[in-house]
Each structure stands twice: as C-alpha cells, then as structure tokens.
Design a binder for this molecule. Structure first.
Ligand SMILES: [Zn+2]
Length: 297
C-alpha cells in the first residue's frame, strides 16, 4: 500500500456545524427537518446499507427503534443533518443488521470510517459519562450530544480523547515488535501505551519502550509519522519511529507476552504475507503504516 493513502477513521465529509450546535432553537428545527437522517448503532456498532455505506435512515424511521438516549448530531452532510441513534440493545430492531465496528471499518469506503469513529466515540463517551465527575450529579446533555453540563456545580464536560503513543523502535536495519498473549497466533505489532499527564509524545514513547521491553531509546530521535482516531473507545493514536540506544530486550510480562527484533527483510515478507511464522496487523491499524513507512525508506 502507498504510505500516503489515508488510514481508516481519518477522513470524514461532515461539516460538524459548530455554529448550529450553540443554537437550541435551530437544533430543534434540524431534528425534524425533512432531509434529516440517522445512522443506527447498537452497542456502538453500525448498520451497513445495501450500497456498502453506513445505513442512513430517515429520522422518522430511525426514531421507531427504541433509543438508549436522544439522537446525537454528527454534523451536516451535503447541507442535511446527520445523526447517530443509539438503539436499545435489549429492544427488537427490525430491519437493522448490526456489524462489528472493526469489520465495518475494513469494508466501508474510507470517507465513511471517519463518521463511524466520531459516532462510536460519542456514543461510548455518553454511556460512560452521565454523571458529573466533580460532584456526582446526573448531567444534562447540550449541543445535541457534544457537551454535558452539571446543573448542580456548573462543571462542563466534553467528550474525551485519550492519546496513545505507538512506536516502532528501530536500530540500523532492525525494528522491534511485540505481541500480547490475547492476540491471534503469529501476530506481531508495534509497542504502544497511553500517554501520561505532563509528557511529550517522544517522552511517552521512550518510557513505554523502557517499561515494556527494557530498551533505552533516544527521545530526541522520535519522529511523528501519522496519527489516527481509534474509536475503541476514544483514543488518538500517535505513531512515531524512535531509535534505540540499547539492544538487549527485557520484557515486562505484565505488559506484553514477548518482544523481538525483526530485520527489514522480514518486515517486507510480513507485509506481503510471505513470512513463515509472523504476521503484521491489518491495513486499518496504524502499526502497519509505521512498518510500511519504515521499509520504504
Ligand atoms: Zn457537578
């Protein structure tokens, strides 16, 4: 694959309608507008329509399904409002065939995956953040799902995004990959971990490599290659290539099952499915992009 091809979840055609979100009257009009449509989700998984895109149902039809909560405005699509509706997981949903989000992301046109990422993350955020984290009061939804307000203490709550550093550690013509015991056999990928408060991306990358594999890296060598929203539940993947200073691996088995160095030739074979005993993640994963960029250098 061409390393400049957009990654899954990275493109969206929607106008997020910032101006309309702040206008309660306009929001009320939008939801009953003739052209309003909604994508049904259940447990944050979508429906794929016969045209291979995310199903867009007329708002009237979408509202016949029992909802967990009110529709979430995703934005304007060609000037018409587009919503996500969170269908009650215990209710009958006739006509709705829900598809696992990872499977959907591999099947949908790239422009649809950005909509999927936004909708899924907003639905999950709302499900887990109904109560004020400052005082515990049930909060009120504002701006059609983009914000919540605590009427008791006045705290505003916005959808969270969790930055994750994912790093390809390199040393000359070798790179380090790890695997977790829960992964399919043969699968190897770049090390990754949540950033901590007060860290730069480079510092987080170097720390994670040290914690998981016992290798020292040079933070000054960290190069940001790509980023990607990853809606499980709401991460932002920050993909870097970073150079190792040391080569001896000491795995922390609380974090990963194993780690090892792979040669450039091996990575080439893994990307083309020719390696006898190791695979790399599918094309929706930014780890694969890191490997594609590195071997193309
Ligand atoms: Zn509060």
């Amino acid at each position: 694959m061409n390393p400049s091809t957009p990654l899954a979840f990275c493109l969206s055609p929607l106008d997020r309608a910032e101006d309309i979100r702040r206008n309660a009257d306009r929001l009320a009009e939008l939801q009953t507008a003739e052209g309003a449509t909604a994508i049904p989700f259940r447990r944050a998984d979508p429906v794929i329509g016969d045209n291979g895109r995310l199903a867009r149902w007329p708002m009237g039809k979408a509202l016949t399904l029992k909802q967990v909560d009110t529709p979430i405005l995703l934005g304007l699509e060609n000037g018409e409002p587009l919503y996500a509706v969170d269908v009650d997981p215990d209710a009958e949903a006739e006509g709705a065939d829900f598809t696992d989000t990872r499977t959907a992301a591999m099947q949908l046109p790239i422009e649809e995956t950005g909509i999927l990422a936004q909708a899924r993350s907003l639905i999950e955020w709302r499900r887990k953040n109904r109560f004020c984290s400052n005082c515990g009061t049930l909060t009120t939804e504002l701006e059609a799902g983009r914000k919540r307000l605590c009427m008791s203490c006045g705290t505003e709550h916005f959808p969270r995004v969790d930055p994750v550093a994912i790093m390809l550690v390199v040393k000359d013509d070798w790179c380090l990959l790890g695997r977790q015991s829960s992964w399919p056999p043969r699968m190897w990928s770049a090390l990754a971990g949540f950033m901590e408060p007060g860290e730069t991306i480079a510092q987080a990358a170097a720390r994670e490599v040290w914690e998981e594999a016992g290798l020292q890296c040079d933070p000054a060598s960290a190069e940001l290659i790509a980023d990607q929203p990853w809606p499980f539940a709401s991460s932002l993947m920050l993909a870097v290539i970073i150079e190792a200073i040391t080569v001896d691996i000491k795995v922390d088995t609380h974090e990963i099952e194993s780690a090892r160095w792979f040669s450039r030739e091996e990575i080439h074979d893994m990307l083309s499915g020719q390696h006898p005993e190791a695979d790399v993640p599918p094309s929706i994963a930014i780890a694969r992009r890191l490997l594609e960029v590195w071997v193309s250098r």
